[in-house]
Design a protein around this ligand. Structure first.
Ligand SMILES: [Zn+2]
Ligand SMILES: [Zn+2]
Length: 179
């Protein structure tokens, strides 16, 4: 299985409707971003506009990422639209001007030969759809910078930062003396 479609399958006047599944292990994701936890579904349509092919699709899968505060894994459901124009590679130079004028919100990809590979467009769109702030929950307490404990699971006695309450410091010294 792969996200490749034969251009011959696309009718000259109409749409080629597809529904593809890529096994989670077959779709490479930058490990810095996360790992797929579900197969990747891409459905949509391809249509021809002269020598160009227009992709309109939607992507769904689930990713496991890392909470940026506590470093615990978190699941994120990817639901994204993908829009892309495929321009024949050998004609790309002559189309540059045209591409720039129209590329405002549609990604432009190049194809060579008689097949269109949706992988790059799907991957780019997936990455764009990931949230900027990756938190396991809105009020994640993160990891204590002093003892390293996950504050969502346990409380620790460390104070925040370097600001030790002077009154507590005095009490502690007294207590130490008495013992
Ligand atoms: Zn967290
Ligand atoms: Zn602590």
């Amino acid at each position: 299985m792969s996200l490749v479609i034969n251009i011959d399958d696309i009718p000259d006047d109409g749409e080629y409707v597809f529904d593809l599944v890529e096994k989670q292990g077959h779709f490479k994701v930058d490990p810095e971003e996360g790992v797929l936890k579900e197969d990747l579904h891409v459905e949509g349509s391809l249509s021809k506009v002269g020598r160009e092919v227009l992709l309109k699709g939607s992507i769904s899968t689930e990713m496991e990422m890392t909470c940026s505060r506590c470093l615990e894994p978190l699941r994120y459901k990817v639901r994204s639209k993908v829009l892309s124009r495929y321009v024949p590679g050998q004609e790309a130079d002559s189309l540059d001007l045209d591409v720039e004028l129209q590329a405002s919100d549609i990604e432009v990809e190049y194809y060579t030969g008689e097949r269109i590979d949706l992988t790059q467009a799907v991957y780019d769109q997936m990455m764009l759809s990931l949230p900027l702030s990756r938190l396991c929950k809105e009020d994640c307490q993160g990891i204590c910078s002093q003892c390293g404990i996950n504050r969502n699971k346990k409380n620790c006695q460390c104070s925040d930062g370097d600001s030790v309450d002077p009154r507590l410091a005095v009490l502690k010294t007294l207590k130490d003396k008495l013992e």
